[in-house]
Design a protein around this ligand. Structure first.
Ligand code: 6PG
Length: 228
């Protein structure tokens, strides 16, 4: 696989979030016009959270949006450290996306059961219109961490030993993430600079294994951009 990446730089994290929101709204509108529906995978993490806060104040045809978190931490429902809690508070409590169209990962069931249940949901959702992702300082994306090899035929995997707490998680696999018409990765902060440099140098980080037929748009701030 040869990954096609478009590196798009902005002065700061807020500008990254603002541009991401414009792209999300544009892809959503085009998808709804073409197919009557917009299916988007959501990322956890602090960079996407800024974009969700902006989406909370945007106007869109929310009734046709269908959302699928890309990963979740195996914590009880409503736990403040679940990605679902962040996404609800930052965005969904403020807009009118029907509850039945937000497909939360049942990660409270644990990594194996949670992954098995969510696999059925994701299978029905393919192909996706947009996958939104972040990247960790070690180059992980969603809950796909370095050194982890998901079985290629699985769309959703249970993770039991994530180095970033909590260790148990449920995540879309590389295979599922690749079944999207568009892919957007948000990367901000100096802490990400080393991973960005390794990614650009062709190292086999999780984020470097992402695939999208249309190419991957990576929105970065100056702090995350590698400088020699
Ligand atoms: C999580 C996320 C994870 C996140 C990256 C980047 O559960 O933490 O799903 O993949 O997107 O770690 O997070 P930041 O934007 O907070 O650095």
């Amino acid at each position: 696989m040869t990954q096609t990446v478009r590196w798009i730089r902005f002065p700061d994290a807020q500008a990254v979030a603002a541009d991401a929101v414009q792209r999300i709204l544009q892809i959503a509108a085009a998808s709804i016009t073409a197919r009557g529906v917009f299916r988007m995978v959501l990322a956890g993490g602090s960079t996407p959270e800024k974009a969700y806060r902006l989406l909370a104040g945007a106007s869109a045809d929310w009734s046709n949006w269908h959302l699928y978190p890309g990963d979740e931490r195996c914590l009880p429902e409503g736990h403040p450290e679940r990605n679902s809690s962040m996404i609800r508070h930052a965005w969904l409590e403020q807009v009118g996306i029907p509850d039945a169209q937000v497909h939360w990962i049942p990660a409270e069931l644990g990594p194996e059961q949670g992954a098995m249940r969510y696999e059925e949901v994701v299978r029905e959702a393919l192909p996706l219109d947009l996958v939104l992702l972040g990247m960790g300082e070690d180059g992980h994306t969603a809950s796909l961490f370095p050194g982890y090899e998901p079985e290629p035929e699985r769309l959703v995997v249970g993770v039991t030993d994530a180095p970033k707490p909590p260790p148990e998680r449920v995540s879309l696999s590389y295979t599922a993430l690749a079944r999207s018409l568009n892919m957007l990765v948000l990367v901000t902060g100096e802490g990400k600079r080393a991973a960005v440099a390794r990614w650009r140098a062709g190292e086999s980080l999780p984020v470097a294994r992402l695939d999208c037929a249309a190419g991957i748009d990576v929105l970065l701030d100056e702090a995350a951009w590698y400088k020699k």
